[in-house]
Every structure is written in structure tokens, then in C-alpha cells.
Design a binder for this molecule. Structure first.
Ligand code: BT5
Length: 322
């Protein structure tokens, strides 16, 4: 019901809406309306109330509250159901649990803080309270398990475009799963999958973005390699706006892929923003380390390299330093 009150206030942002009108619209008593308004105010919404005129929403906090995000995202697909947690171990872990229990495609799990967030290969992901976007998406694409790398590329494309659009920051994509600003990591993507031999049960895409942290908020060991959107913009940025834009962009590119079998648009974005292509790179993969020239991205989201012998190779994943 709080969601209905908030939605009505948001839809009438510049005008007053009376308690009576609200109660009729939502189908609850005026006391219930008043209680919800009170609760919204406690959550940081500034709502002007004037007798005989009613209520008017003036300022919204930068909350990632599920009710608010669902209104903002307004999608029947990616973001159709959003779960918001104050503190959990890892949004990817919760997403897996929900996916196993049957959660539908497009379900989003988002947290203010993660205590056991993961990167690839069991590495840690630093996720302090209230300053970043720590979220996971549940997807159920009808694709071959081999194609999961494409989902990482679609996500990287969506995140890069969204950050660029909302903040104007110069973003780069470092293949396969980093978004960078000024040569430092601002976002990491972790794609995990449950699959049979030739079909995918579900894919969880975890996205971690450093939004409003200062350099000193990062542990010392990652300060040389990490940055935030705030460091680029010079002031705090609305996480809600970035999340909304990411989900919209992702939905567009993802549906293009799963419905129209078209990955070209995403790959073109990945190529356009790539900081990897055209450069000499060092690729660490398991125990092997090679130096090569990064030449292109394939339609499968793999990196094409020219090794020291001049041979062309495809790389599926790995640690790349430019
Ligand atoms: C990644 O792994 O970059 C994937 C990170 C995915 C995090 C999201 S948050 C929501 C969801 N829930 C999860 O539990 N995870 C996902 P990788 O490429 O392996 O990079 C990990 C490395 O990045 C670490 O070893 C650190 O060096 C560095 N790092 C850790 N935290 C960072 C941060 N906040 N910003 C920048 N770099 C960080």
C-alpha cells in the first residue's frame, strides 16, 4: 500500500493531492493514507502537507527501496520483482537461492551492504554500506551454456552506456568483466550459471558498482586499482537513477539477443568502449601467462588475440592487464 501512496504522489509531483483523493484512488481509509505518508516521511521523503489542499511530494531520498525502484523501473520484464536488503552476504548467493525456488526471469536482488561478496575465482568484492550498487539479476535465457559469456558482454555494454548517460563520465570496458574510469575499476560483473549439458537452468548476473565512495573508503590494498563515480563527477550521484538506467538498457540489449538472436548491438558497444582492443595485453589464465596483441571481440564475446608467434587465438576468459 505504501507503494500505491508513493506512486500516486510521484505521478502528481508538482500539485497537491488531497487525502480523500488518495484514499479513493488506492481504496483505503484516510487514516491508512496518513499512516503511510508518515512512514514515507520517516524514510526521508519530504512531503508537504497543507490543510484543505493535501499532500505534495517535494524531495525523494536516494533509496534503493524495492517499492520505489519498481515504480521507477516500471518494467514487466527486467526489474518486474525487486528484493532490497539492508545487509546480506552476497546478492548472487540470495539470487541463486531464489532462482532454485523458482523466481522468475527479471527478478532483481539489491543490497545496501554485502558482507561476503564475491568476485571471480573466489576473490573478494568490497561492498561498503550505502555507497554502491550491489545487485544481481536472475535470467532464464533459452541458450546454450557456452553462450553465457555473451550475457556478461551484454551487461558490460548496458552498464557502460548507463553510467555514461547518467554521469557523463568517460567509461571504458576492460574485457571481459570490468568497467573502468580513468584506468581504474569502477564496476565488476560476476556471471554465474546453473546448467545441464546443453541447456541453461538459470544465469545470475552480479553487478557491483562503486558509486558514492571516497578513495579512503576503499581498503588500502585496492586503492591503487579502484575508483568511484563520485571521484569522477566530483559529487554524490543518485544510485537509483543509475540502477534504473542499467535495467532499461540491459532489458533492451538482452531482449534483442534472446528474442531476436541479435548480439551485434551489444558487441558493437563493447568494441566502441573497449580499452583492451588495439593494445598489447598480458593475459593470465590459470597458470599460464601470455603477452599478446588484442585484436577483436568475437560474436561469442571472446577476445581475439595475436600471440607472440603471430598466431591468432581465441580467449574465453582470463585476467587482462593492458
Ligand atoms: C569482479 O571479479 O570484478 C566481479 C565483482 C562482482 C561483484 C558483484 S556485487 C553484487 C554481486 N554479488 C556478489 O557477491 N558479487 C556480485 P574479479 O574480476 O575477480 O575482481 C575481483 C578483484 O577486484 C578483487 O580481487 C580486488 O582486487 C578488486 N576489487 C574488490 N572490490 C572492489 C571494488 N569495490 N572496486 C574495485 N575493485 C575491487
Amino acid at each position: 500500500m505504501k507503494k500505491d501512496v508513493l506512486e500516486a504522489l510521484k505521478n502528481n509531483k508538482d500539485v497537491f493531492i488531497s487525502g480523500e483523493e488518495l484514499s479513493k484512488k488506492i481504496g483505503v481509509t484516510r487514516t491508512a493514507v496518513w499512516k503511510n505518508i508518515k512512514q514515507l516521511k520517516e524514510e526521508g521523503y519530504e512531503i508537504e502537507s497543507v490543510s484543505r489542499k493535501g499532500y505534495r511530494l517535494t524531495t525523494e531520498p536516494d533509496t534503493l527501496d524495492a517499492n520505489v525502484l519498481e515504480i521507477e523501473v516500471a518494467s514487466k520484464h527486467i526489474g518486474n520483482k525487486i528484493y532490497h536488503f539492508e545487509s546480506i552476504d552476497s546478492t548472487n548467493t540470495i539470487a541463486k537461492k531464489l532462482a532454485t525456488e523458482g523466481a522468475i526471469e527479471g527478478t532483481i536482488i539489491i543490497a545496501e551492504e554485502q558482507s561476503g561478496a564475491r568476485g571471480r575465482l573466489g576473490r573478494n568484492w568490497v561492498s561498503p554500506n550505502g555507497t554502491g550498487i550491489w545487485m544481481s539479476m536472475i535470467l532464464r535465457p533459452n541458450i546454450e551454456p557456452m553462450e553465457a559469456t555473451k550475457i556478461t558482454q551484454i551487461t558490460a555494454a548496458a552498464v557502460a552506456l548507463a553510467i555514461k548517460k547518467v554521469t557523463g563520465c568517460d567509461v571504458g570496458i576492460k574485457w571481459p568483466n570490468d568497467i573502468i574510469i580513468n584506468k581504474k575499476k569502477v564496476c565488476g560483473i560476476l556471471t554465474e550459471m546453473s546448467a545441464e549439458l546443453n541447456c541453461v537452468n538459470y544465469i545470475i548476473v552480479g553487478i557491483g558498482i562503486n558509486v558514492n565512495m571516497n578513495l579512503l573508503d576503499f581498503p588500502e590494498e585496492i586503492r591503487p586499482i579502484a575508483t568511484s563515480i563520485k571521484s569522477c563527477v566530483g559529487e554524490s550521484v543518485s544510485r537509483k537513477k543509475i540502477v534504473t538506467e542499467i535495467l532499461h538498457k540491459f532489458e533492451e540489449l538482452y531482449l534483442d539477443f534472446v528474442v531476436h538472436k541479435n548480439i551485434e548491438k551489444s558487441m558493437n558497444i563493447c568494441k566502441k568502449y573497449s580499452v583492451t582492443l588495439g593494445n598489447q595485453v598480458k593475459i593470465k589464465n590459470r597458470n599460464k601467462e601470455i603477452i599478446a596483441q588484442a585484436i577483436d571481440l568475437t560474436e561469442d564475446g571472446q577476445l581475439l588475440i595475436k600471440n607472440e608467434l603471430g598466431e591468432i587465438e581465441k580467449v574465453l576468459s582470463g585476467e587482462v592487464s593492458v
